[in-house]
Design a protein around this ligand. Structure first.
Ligand SMILES: Nc1ncnc2c1ncn2[C@@H]1O[C@H](COP(=O)(O)OP(=O)(O)OP(=O)(O)O)[C@@H](O)[C@H]1O
Ligand SMILES: [Mg+2]
Length: 378
C-alpha cells in the first residue's frame, strides 16, 4: 500500500443546460475515468496533461473540494473517500495544504495572519503559532513581509506566502494547482527551485498539477500523464522519455519526428522500411508485437538525434538517414534546433550544440540510435 492511494476513481459532471450535442450529451462529462494512482511518502508526483484533461478535478477530489462518483482515496492508510463505504471526509479533516494559481490569500489578513491561520484553526497556542509562522516565513524568504497585507506584495511574494501557508501545519499532503503559471519566466524558475529546496528541508508529499513539461521534470519525482481523465503513464522523467508507453504519450512528450513503415526481420535484425529510408530498430522498442506485420509509426524525440555534416569523420557506420538542413533556430542558451529535409517530403527536427553550429543548406547525416526509435501500431 502506498502513502496516497487512489483506486478506480470516477467523476462525471452533469451536462450544462447550454451544452448541445457531442458525445457527452446523454451521459454528462466523464472527467476522471476509472483512474488509479499511487504516491509514495516524501515524493512529489506531477499531474501533467493538456487543458481540460481533468487534472484540477482530480486534485480537487483528493482535497475533498469535489465529490467523486466512485472509487477510493486514502492517505497513510486512512480512508478519505470511499464510495462503497460511504466515507467522504470534509476538506478540513483531510489535513492537506493547497496552493492555487491565484494565490488565494485572505486580503484582510496580514502575511503573518494568513500563514498562521491553519494553526489557529487547529487551536495551537499563540506563542507556538508566532514561532512557527516566523520559521515558515523565513523558509520562503518572506520574514520581512510579516506585517504587510497581500495587496502590498508582488505576485512572487504572494505565492511564496501561499506556499508557507500550505506547509505551515505540516500537512499530510500538499496539493498544488499550477502555482507558478501567473508568474513571469524568471520568477517561475526561482520558485520551482524554491519548492524543491523546501521539499529537501522539510519533507512533504505532494501532488503537483501543471501543463508545463519543464516544470514537471524539475519539481516532480515522478510524472503522471493524464489524458481525458485517464492515467496514461506514471514514471520518472527518464522512464517516460526512454520508454513512452503509447503513441499519444510520445506525442504529448514532444516526440515530433515520425515515419511510417513496415517492419522486416526480427530481433536484432529488425528494420523499419520507410519511404525515406531503412532504419534499424530494436524488438524491445516495438509496442504491440501482435500485429508485427502491420504498418507501424516510428516516433523519435528531437533531442535524441545526433546531427553531423555528411562526410565528417565522426559519422558512424550505423548512421540512419541523410538529408539537408532547411532551417535553424536558436533553441536555448547553448543549443540549436534544426529542421532537416530527409527525402520523400519528410522533415526531421533535431537539436545540436550551439558551438558546433551547421549552416542552412549543409548536407547532413542523422545518427539514429535504435534505442531511441519507438514503434507503435498505426
Ligand atoms: N464544475 C464543473 N461542471 C461541469 N464541467 C466541469 C466542471 N469543472 C470542470 N469541468 C469540465 O471538466 C473537464 C476537466 O476540467 P479540469 O478543470 O479538471 O481540467 P484541467 O486538466 O485542470 O485543465 P486546465 O489545464 O485548463 O486547468 C473540462 O472539460 C471542464 O470543462
Ligand atoms: Mg486546471
Amino acid at each position: 500500500m502506498s502513502y496516497l492511494d487512489i483506486a478506480q476513481l470516477d467523476k462525471t459532471f452533469a451536462r450544462h443546460a447550454g451544452d448541445k450535442g457531442g458525445k457527452h450529451e446523454a451521459t454528462g462529462v466523464h472527467v476522471v475515468n476509472n483512474l488509479s494512482l499511487s504516491v509514495e511518502e516524501g515524493e512529489i508526483v506531477a499531474l501533467l496533461g493538456a487543458s481540460g484533461s481533468g487534472k484540477t478535478t482530480l486534485l480537487r477530489c483528493i482535497g475533498g473540494l469535489e465529490t467523486p462518483d466512485a472509487g477510493t482515496i486514502s492517505v497513510a492508510g486512512q480512508p478519505m473517500f470511499s464510495s462503497a463505504s460511504g466515507i467522504n471526509e470534509p476538506p478540513h479533516r483531510r489535513n492537506m495544504g493547497m496552493v492555487f494559481q491565484s494565490y488565494a490569500l485572505w486580503p484582510h489578513m496580514t502575511v503573518a495572519q494568513n500563514v498562521g491561520y491553519p494553526l489557529v484553526r487547529r487551536r495551537m497556542a499563540s506563542n507556538d503559532v508566532d514561532a512557527r509562522v516566523r520559521q515558515y516565513l523565513q523558509l520562503v524568504d518572506c520574514a520581512a513581509l510579516a506585517g504587510r497585507f497581500p495587496h502590498q506584495l508582488s505576485g512572487g511574494q504572494q505565492q511564496r506566502v501561499a506556499l508557507a501557508r500550505a506547509l505551515v501545519a505540516e500537512p499530510s499532503l500538499v496539493l498544488f494547482d499550477e502555482p507558478l503559471s501567473n508568474l513571469d519566466a524568471n520568477l517561475r524558475e526561482q520558485l520551482r527551485f524554491q519548492i524543491r529546496e523546501l521539499k529537501r528541508r522539510i519533507e512533504f508529499t505532494g501532488v503537483y498539477v501543471t501543463h508545463d513539461h519543464a516544470e514537471a521534470i524539475f519539481i516532480a519525482d515522478r510524472i503522471a500523464i493524464i489524458r481525458d481523465g485517464c492515467l496514461m503513464q506514471l514514471g520518472s522523467a527518464a522512464e517516460l522519455y526512454d520508454s513512452p508507453a503509447s503513441g499519444p504519450v510520445a506525442d504529448f512528450l514532444g516526440f515530433t519526428n515520425t515515419l511510417s513503415g513496415r517492419i522486416e526481420g526480427a530481433g536484432d535484425a529488425a528494420t523499419l522500411v520507410t519511404s525515406a529510408g531503412r532504419l534499424s530498430v530494436l524488438a524491445s522498442r516495438i509496442h504491440d508485437q501482435q500485429g508485427i506485420n502491420d504498418q507501424f509509426v516510428m516516433k523519435c524525440h528531437p533531442s535524441r538525434t545526433r546531427i553531423q555534416a555528411a562526410g565528417s569523420s565522426a559519422v558512424s557506420d550505423a548512421a540512419g538517414l541523410s538529408g539537408r538542413i532547411v532551417d535553424r533556430v536558436r533553441a536555448s542558451a547553448d543549443s540549436t534546433q534544426y529542421v532537416v529535409e530527409i527525402g520523400d517530403g519528410h522533415t526531421w527536427q533535431c537539436t545540436g550544440a550551439l558551438k558546433e553550429q551547421l549552416e542552412i543548406g549543409t548536407a547532413v547525416v542523422l545518427d539514429l540510435a535504435p534505442e531511441h526509435l519507438h514503434l507503435f501500431r498505426e
